[in-house]
Design a binder for this molecule. Structure first.
Ligand code: ZN
Length: 424
């Protein structure tokens, strides 16, 4: 009798457990469908139910069910739009911007920029957090503590994911920094560090690719669909974007432009190759060149007042001096931009993009750098190809990295069928 009772209870518990698992799975998939629909509306703007079904790849029934839940919770609303062909106005779905928000963070020049963005990617709040160390563990611990207090003070509903833009090469699993040699970071498991005292899952990406994604969707690239973003600072990195999506690759290395060879017998790079682009076009290169020239007795004019210590001169001073017509600085900027122009010509001939966006500290400080790179590209690439390419500078400023990382996190975490197809 006891045996029978135990067996009955065991079977009963097993069935209840199965029902609980199924319910949890259903809730999770319904939650993911909601977020995928929200992300589609964020990227592509307001649209009809039919268009949403087409873009997300969900069934009509799922779209209809999820939309009614989203309308009920005040996240999206219906509006009517007159069709150009006449007839009855179509029902269009659009996001209610302030209903919820997403968080992103980006590391640049030893400080974190953290931003909260509404559903239409307006900045709700932002903060800057300096980092006093080069240690990878401490840098991400600082971020973790800052994010926790940022969310507490924000006191709003947030989407359950955090996007992080970081220096270095990020593995395709979006959790590990494989290598950031200038910082001496190798195989840093950021997810492990962040998960100690924080519940949000993270998605990691290279900071230049994060900025590029934000520029494609909300900045300089909004009128193009085929874009290359090149970030030039302490290194050179690129992101490739088609239809506002970052093209992913087999490992995570697509866009390591700084390590392409532009001078066969050039200086030795930390990667072991000689003549890499970033040895000849980056902030360390500009600083090294100007110091060398001054040491060899060349006159730096207004750039260096008498008795200035050449070791204190910064690349940004050189960029500004070059734009003000200081000759030695112009020479250095011309050399660096010439190498970038050669690389852009190669990219133009290979990919034939509609637009190349130059971002990062050097292009955003020196107009001369951007104009010279553009000119050299046009001299060297096939005229029939290059005539249709626009070269623009990034226009989102510092918040761009955090915004791009937040967007990428939503792309990765809540997949939409047509986003998954964008790869080569
Ligand atoms: Zn290299």
């Amino acid at each position: 009798m006891l045996n029978f009772l135990l067996k009955y209870l065991y079977n009963r518990i097993k069935i209840l457990y199965r029902i609980w698992v199924l319910r949890m799975q259903f809730n999770k998939s319904s939650e993911n469908s909601k977020l995928a629909i929200m992300q589609t509306l964020r990227i592509y703007g307001s649209m009809s139910r039919m268009k949403l079904t087409e873009l997300t790849g969900f069934s009509r029934a799922t779209v209809s069910f999820v939309i009614s839940e989203l309308i009920e919770s005040g996240i999206i609303k219906e509006t009517k739009k007159q069709q150009s062909t006449g007839g009855r106005p179509a029902v269009i779905l659009e996001l209610v911007p302030f209903s919820t928000c997403v968080i992103g963070a980006n590391l640049d020049n030893n400080h974190w920029k953290i931003g909260a963005f509404d559903l239409l990617d307006n900045v709700i709040d932002e903060t800057d957090v300096p980092v006093q160390t080069q240690s990878a563990v401490h840098t991400f611990e600082v971020l973790r503590t800052s994010i926790n207090s940022f969310i507490r003070e924000l006191n709003r509903p947030i989407l359950p994911v955090l996007g992080i833009g970081t220096p270095g090469l990020v593995e395709k699993n979006d959790h590990i920094i494989k290598a950031a040699p200038p910082l001496e970071w190798f195989n840093v498991n950021v997810a492990d560090i962040m998960s100690i005292d924080m519940e949000l899952p993270i998605i990691l990406m290279n900071r230049h690719r994060a900025r590029g994604l934000a520029e494609c969707r909300f900045g300089a690239g909004t009128n193009s669909s085929n874009i290359i973003y090149i970030g030039v600072g302490s290194g050179v990195r690129a992101g490739f974007y088609i239809d506002r999506q970052l093209i992913t690759d087999s490992f995570g290395g697509a866009g390591e432009l700084g390590h392409t060879t532009v001078e066969p017998s050039g200086p030795l790079c930390s990667c072991g190759n000689e003549g890499c682009l970033q040895m000849l076009c980056s902030t360390p290169f500009i600083e090294k060149q100007i110091r060398k020239s001054v040491r060899f007795g060349e006159d730096a004019g207004s750039l260096l007042p008498p008795d200035t210590d050449t070791r204190t001169i910064k690349a940004m001073d050189v960029c500004r001096a070059a734009d003000n017509g200081e000759e030695l600085s112009m020479e250095v900027i011309h050399t660096a931009s010439n190498y970038l122009g050669i690389t852009m010509a190669n990219l133009a001939n290979t990919f034939n993009p509609e637009t190349i966006i130059l971002g990062g500290p050097i292009p955003s400080t020196s107009r001369l750098f951007v104009e010279t790179s553009n000119k050299i590209m046009r001299q060297r690439a096939l005229p029939s190809i290059v005539s249709s390419i626009d070269v623009l500078t990034a226009d989102l400023g510092e918040i761009g990295g955090a915004l791009g990382a937040a967007n990428f996190a939503l792309d990765r975490y809540f997949p939409i069928s047509n986003l998954e197809n964008t790869s080569y």
